[in-house]
Structure formats: C-alpha cells, structure tokens
Design a protein around this ligand. Structure first.
Ligand code: NAD
Length: 484
C-alpha cells in the first residue's frame, strides 16, 4: 500500500488532516493512503513558498531557471515508467493513452515554457517631453509571487505541469493541491524537484479535498498572490469568490458541453475517426470532449451508425495491457453521476444506438465501468443535452442549414471547444468566426500547439493559458519610465 505524503519545503511530511483512501478505478481496490494537509501544513507550505522567493530561487537568472526546467523534463523522462505506472494506478486509464499523452506532455510542458521564457519580450515606448530630451518606457516582467495551483483528476500530471512549468519559468513559487482522486504524480514530482536541484520551498504539494479542507485553506490563504484552477465551473465560482479577498488574480479553466458540427460534405471516414476520439477518449473524461453532436441531415444516418459502431469497438480491461483501449471512470461517485444521465436519457425517451449501461467484466467487477453510449432523439432542453456529464457519451441531433447548426451549438452557457467537420473551407472559416468558444478545431480534434491560446469563453473559464498567454498570468508587468 502506497502512502502519499505532502511535500513541503523540500521534505515529505504527514498532514494533520484526516487521511483518506486511494483506490484503483479498474477494480475499486484500495491501493494507497493519502495524508491530508490540515490548516497547519497549508500554512507551512505557503510560508515555505514565500521564503523561497527571497532565497536562491529569487536571485536566479532566467538562464539558470531554464536550465533547471530542462532538467525537470529530463528527470520525468528518466523515471517515465514510474510516472506512467503511478498515473495508471490513480486513474485506470489505458497504458496506450498515458504513455502517449499524459507523461510525455507532462515532461514536455517544462521544455515548452523554458523556450517561451527565453524568447519572451516586453514592450518599449519612446516618448517626447516638453524639454525635447524625451523619455523611455520599458516593461519589466516580474513574478507574481506565491501561486496556488488547484488541479483536477482527468489528466493529472499534464494539467498540473501545464501550470507549474510556466509559473516556475516566470520565477514564482507554487503550492499545488492535486485532486484528492489522483495524488500520485504530483507527489512523485517532488522527488524529481529535489533530485535536479530545485531549491526547497519552490514546489510544494498539499493533499486533501476541496471545501473545508486543503483546497479551501489554500485558496483563501491571504499570503497567496494568484490562483490558477482547472476543474468544474461551480468550483471555479467558489474559487473566484475566495480570490476576491485581497483582489488576487485567477486563471480559470472550467467545464464545457462541447459541440461537434458535421456537414454533409465532410470526409466521413476521417470524421468518424476524429469525432469518435472526441466523444470517447479517456472514457469521455476530457474537458474538450464532445457530448453534443450536430450532423447535417444528408449524412445523419450513416454518421450515427458509424459512431455507434465505434462506441461498440472499445476494449475494456487491464490498463497495463497494451490492447486495452478504454478504462473505467475515476470513481464510484462519478460513475453514479454518469449513470444518472444514462437513466435520465431513458426516462426522457432517447433512442439508444450503443451502450447505455455497465459492461460485465470478469475480474474487474469492483471497477467503475460504463459503456460508451450514443443517443439520438432528445430535445435540446434535456439535461442530457445541456449539462456536462463528463462520461463516454454523446447525443446526436440533425440539422439542415449552417445557421441552424450555429444556433444550436451556441445555445449553451458553456463555451470551451467546438470541432467543425467539412471540406468547404469558406464555410469552416465562417462557422469558426460565429461560434462562441475559446477553441475551434477544423477537421481535427485535440491537435495542440502549446504556444496557442487555450481556454474557454462564457462559463468555461476566464483567461488563456499556453505560450505567451501563460506568461501574462504568471508575471506582473511593471512599467519603468526613464526621463532622458
Ligand atoms: P472539481 O472542480 O471537482 O475539482 C477540481 C479541484 O478543485 C480538486 O483538486 C478539488 O479538490 C478542488 N476543489 C473543489 N472544491 C474546492 C473549493 N471549494 N476550494 C478549493 N478547491 C476546491 O473538478 P474535477 O471533478 O476534479 O474535474 C472535472 C472538471 O474539470 C470537469 O468539469 C471538466 O470539464 C473540468 N476540466 C476543465 C479543463 C479545462 O481546461 N477547461 C480541463 C480539465 C478538466
């Protein structure tokens, strides 16, 4: 049984909060115990992060920090198999996903932001003055200070380093609160931090739940200078309220109910391949995943049939077996939520094309499995079509015109991502312009250039991460005006 400790000021320490179990979602077995940070440990972590700003870390040149970031990437890659096993045991996600996405991207984030900080510039303005001598304005990029990093469980290492890497690149220190469901890789990263020589207190990890626990202790801590959060919209609202005290900046990457729009001139085979992944990858537990599909009437039947066949083609099982293509959901509680929508779809009279239940799997009976599911026939007002489920399921609605497709896709409080499938390039540009989201993919999904702005519109978030946009959040720009 693994024991997960908090990582504070360069040392692994037990917390004064109530310890809780860590389960393997594939079987439901208890595989670890997590030591929860109480208020005292959160105070200690924030204190260590504050002190580290005044230590060697705060005096390091950008080049020295960049050198350490590259060592962090190498350090993760050197222990790739350990990170991989830790992520698989926490999430149950297949080896094929974690080894291609979670761990390589977790390491790559440090290299990406090392490159970014080396090439980032600031603006300069020459100005005229009445005496004719003029003045020069230039901006300095200074770290914000202590950053609270609050993470979800769906892509634990990837989403955590997506925040930690730019925060450190900019010279901040961090206190990370990983999801209570996935404590492993954030903890393991503490060992890598020490091994590569990151000064103590720069990276801290506190474990525990959100409300009334480590998450809330951290986000309400008066000595935290900024909060970066990825998770549900409702939690984002609570965190924004917490950040209001002391007027701390927040970066919020929140939920979605993402639409896919498929026109009848789309390349059907390529579209099915892409949209199949968008609906079912990572058991549907991807913030960018598609849970609403709008398909032009001319190809509706063929598309729905093809998607249902994709849904039925997944192979459940041991996540360490390379042949497994679909894992379980993260927890019993999350499965209950997803199955409540499966029941709601039945009650609302949906036509079920695939899935809709729980697979029978010998040897994995205690795991949190659900079947990939495709429905049609529900009204847009059904909660199945309007609320984020975060499971491997999608509802497909036919449309006739481009205007109708846009209207249907935009009729949501969320605005994270949309994919458009068509061979008509002009139409793709028009729809991309009209859709109210932060991220549009045309004839692809989850194709990520890490320099691009990433984030949501409407209730899907505030701010953008990625490339220069991350640096904007993790630094304060200070203008210096020099009279010549
Ligand atoms: P969640 O909001 O339940 O939890 C996220 C984190 O917040 C956890 O660490 C949790 O302990 C903490 N937390 C909860 N309440 C808190 C509080 N009051 N104060 C401080 N911390 C608190 O989300 P989840 O279930 O872990 O993740 C799934 C959600 O994340 C989905 O809605 C999904 O769409 C979203 N998500 C968004 C993105 C994005 O980039 N936009 C990426 C991944 C996931």
């Amino acid at each position: 049984m693994t024991k997960f400790l908090n990582f504070i000021d360069g040392a692994f320490v037990a917390g004064s909060g109530e310890a809780f179990e860590n389960r393997f979602p594939t079987t439901g077995e208890v595989i670890g115990e997590v030591s929860a940070a109480g208020k005292a440990e959160v105070d200690a972590a924030v204190g260590a992060a504050r002190a580290a700003l005044a230590g060697p870390w705060g005096r390091m040149s950008v080049a020295e920090r960049v050198g350490l970031l590259r060592k962090l990437a190498d350090g993760i890659n050197a222990r790739f198999d350990e990170f991989l096993a830790a992520e698989i045991r926490d999430t149950g996600k297949p080896h094929s996903i974690a080894s291609h996405i979670d761990i390589p991207r977790g390491a790559a984030n440090f290299n990406v932001f090392a490159d970014q900080i080396l090439t980032a510039s600031t603006e300069t303005f020459e100005m005229a003055t009445p005496d004719g001598a003029g003045a020069l304005n230039y901006a300095l990029r200074v770290p914000r200070g202590v950053i609270a990093v609050i993470c979800p469980w769906n892509l634990p290492l990837l989403l955590m380093t997506w925040k930690v890497a730019p925060a450190l690149a900019c010279g901040n220190t961090v206190v990370v609160k990983p999801s209570e469901e996935t404590p492993a890789t954030a903890t393991l990263l503490g060992e890598v931090m020490n091994a590569v020589g990151i000064p103590r207190g720069v990276y801290n990890v506190v474990h525990g739940q959100g409300p009334g626990a480590a998450g809330e202790f951290l986000t309400t801590h008066p000595d935290v200078d900024g909060i970066t959060f990825t998770g549900e919209t409702r939690t984002g609202e609570a965190i924004m309220r917490a950040a209001a005290a002391g007027v701390r900046p927040v970066s919020l990457e929140l939920g979605g109910k993402n639409a896919g729009i498929i026109f009848d001139d789309a390349d059907l085979e390529a579209t099915l391949e892409g949209i199949g992944r968008a609906c079912f990858a990572n058991t549907g537990q991807v913030c960018l995943g598609t849970e609403r599909l709008y398909v032009q009437r001319g190809i509706f039947d063929r598309l729905v049939e093809g998607l249902a066949a994709k849904a039925r083609s997944y192979r459940f099982g041991d996540p360490f077996d390379p042949a497994t293509t679909m894992g379980p959901l993260i927890s019993a509680e999350h499965r209950e939520k997803v199955l409540s929508y499966y029941a709601k779809a039945r009650a609302d009279g949906a036509t079920l094309l695939a899935g809709g239940g729980v697979p029978e799997l010998q040897g994995f009976e205690g795991g949190y499995w659900v079947e990939p599911t495709v429905w049609t026939g529900l009204p847009e007002t059904s909660p199945v079509v309007s609320e984020e489920i975060f499971g491997p399921c999608t509802h497909v609605t036919p449309f006739d015109s481009e205007e109708e497709a846009l209207m249907l896709a935009n009729d949501s409080p969320y605005g994270l991502a949309t994919s458009i499938w068509t061979t008509n390039l002009s139409r793709a540009h028009r729809v991309a312009r009209g859709i109210e989201v932060g991220i549009v993919w045309v004839n692809c999904w989850f194709l990520r250039d890490l320099r691009t702005p990433f984030g949501g519109a409407k209730a899907s978030g505030i701010g953008r991460e990625g490339g220069l946009h991350s640096l904007e959040f993790y630094t304060e720009l200070r203008n210096v005006c020099v009279k010549l």
